[in-house]
Design a protein around this ligand. Structure first.
Ligand code: OOG
Ligand code: NI
Length: 500
């Protein structure tokens, strides 16, 4: 049977399969999902309304957008692995957006480049916003030369992808390039079986193996871990195990308390903006900490009869996120500045950054009503003309906020245009470093606190990842800017201000 070509449908199937696999592998994650559902049900019951359209079912038979997991994370070892993952994710409608420089985290950085593979258009995000925070090893940042060459040798011998997967990537890609205008109908060559196999073969890449790669002994694991736990995690296993999945919640503070109440090993603090704001911005995240799981390693003396050693590895956890509005560059700089101030304040009094300092700083410095956030250009908005005003424009040929003739503020005051904040769909480097830190533990990572998001060398590092990937990585802020701009143009058209 031929199959309907639909990356969104494939992405949804992929997330569901990944979620089922992860829940079976890490039962505690299933527990977290239950907590999120019960918290969200209570929030919805008390609000008696639907959150930004998210609780509306996407398609019959599919779970609502809100119920779908929002993101997962993987850590890769080589350029080949990164490029091949890029090919797979493109078929699922996910493309690299944003660069996260994880090498600059104060108190101990990570030898990693980071980006998020995600849907880029509003339409595709609405259908299923799933994204994967993807990091790749930067061997040049591994300090020990011996560890660097050992890591590179092991990775050269690793094959993450099955021969079937390579064939399927070729097949889907040739369909994509050969028949871009088939309006959803694949040529006979692309079958339902192909789509099923793509999911099955993909899951193999992200599956957990409780056995190290055959060429990794217990001692080698120890050496790599002593250099940096993330190096051991990336290099020593035969798969790129998914290390967490993350549902979105409507009340992350309630999820955090519930995790503690039920005895889950919750992370100490919620990453991101402080609690208690009326206007949620960016992203708040927390997790239960990674589990220590049994792993079998090859012994250091191959050839002996008992050539296996039982050990453990700590990598996999469960996370939860609460999303707010996307902020402009100005809004982001203010956020970064206040986070840094809070970290410095905490340092001065010799404590870890705690919620109190951050809350106080934000209360004082970060506006907390939508009108001020909009007027000060701190948050991105989507503008629209309510249907009763559509086509009523008296001033054909004019543009909003251009030449000061028609002000968006005036249109908003008159109710001719409405607006709503655009949801932030990306990640935060401070928060990501905090998540990494609490899930890798040990080895000099303890002192890590927040630091500047845009570090020295940020542009060079981003370019390095672009070369490695073989494609440009758009900035997330540019994408929101484009989205906001397109909504303003659309308003102009509806009001008859512009041709088109
Ligand atoms: C990725 C950690 C970052 C997030 O949500 O910020 C992350 C990892 O642990 O590999 O997922
Ligand atoms: Ni995450």
């Amino acid at each position: 049977m031929t199959c309907r070509w639909d990356p969104d449908h494939l992405r949804t199937r992929f997330v569901q399969a990944l979620s089922d696999m992860y829940r079976a592998e890490v039962p505690l994650y299933g527990h977290l999902v239950e907590i999120v559902r019960s918290v969200d049900d209570s929030v919805l019951a008390s609000r008696r309304q639907r959150p930004d359209g998210d609780a509306i079912p996407v398609e019959q038979g599919l779970p609502s957008r809100h119920r779908l997991e929002r993101h997962g994370a993987i850590r890769l070892g080589t350029q080949h692995e990164m490029r091949t993952i890029g090919r797979l994710f493109a078929i699922l409608g996910m493309h690299p957006v944003g660069y996260y420089d994880l090498s600059q985290a104060p108190g101990g950085g990570f030898p990693l480049h980071g980006t998020a593979f995600r849907p880029t258009s509003e339409d595709l995000l609405r259908k299923n916003p799933f994204r994967v925070f993807t990091t790749v090893l930067r061997p040049d940042l591994i300090k020990s030369e011996t560890v660097r060459s050992t890591a590179q040798r092991i990775l050269r011998e690793r094959e993450l992808f099955s021969p079937e997967l390579y064939k399927l990537l070729d097949k889907f890609e040739s369909f994509l390039s050969a028949a871009p205008n088939t309006k959803g109908h694949a040529p006979a060559a692309l079958t339902v079986q192909d789509a099923d196999s793509l999911i099955t073969e993909s899951l193999k890449i992200f599956k957990w193996h409780s056995r190290s790669s055959p060429n990794v002994t217990f001692d080698t694991y120890g050496q790599l871990k002593a250099e940096h736990p993330v190096v051991a995690d990336i290099v020593c296993f035969p798969s790129a195990h998914i290390n967490h999945l993350t549902p979105r919640t409507l009340d992350i503070d309630a999820v955090q308390s519930e995790m503690v109440r039920r005895g889950l090993p919750a992370k100490e603090r919620i990453e991101g903006p402080p609690p208690g704001r009326s206007c949620e911005i960016l992203l708040r995240q927390t997790s239960f900490k990674a589990l220590e799981e049994p792993v079998t390693f090859a012994s250091s003396s191959p050839g002996t009869r008992d050539s296996q050693v039982d050990g453990t590895h700590t990598a996999r956890f469960g996370e939860v996120e609460q999303r707010g509005a996307a902020v402009t560059l100005k809004g982001r700089r203010l956020y970064d500045f206040l986070l840094e101030e809070a970290a410095l304040g905490a340092e001065r009094v010799g404590r870890e950054m705690n919620g109190g300092i951050l809350t106080a700083l934000f209360r004082e410095r970060y506006p907390d009503d939508w009108t001020t956030l909009r007027r000060e250009g701190l948050v991105f908005f989507r503008y629209r003309v309510p249907s009763q005003f559509s086509g009523t424009g008296p001033c054909a040929g004019l543009k909003i906020d251009d030449g000061a003739t028609i002000k968006m503020e005036t249109l908003l005051e008159q109710g001719v245009v409405e607006c709503e904040p655009i949801t932030y769909e990306d990640f935060l480097p401070f928060s990501a470093a905090g998540i990494f830190k609490s899930n890798l533990g040990g080895n000099g990572l303890e002192n890590m606190t927040a630091g500047p998001a845009v570090s020295h060398g940020y542009d060079d590092a981003r370019k390095e990842l672009e070369v490695l990937l073989g494609q440009k990585i758009p900035s997330e802020i540019d994408l929101y800017e484009t989205l906001q701009g397109a909504s303003v143009r659309e308003c102009e058209r509806h009001l008859g201000l512009r041709e088109g």
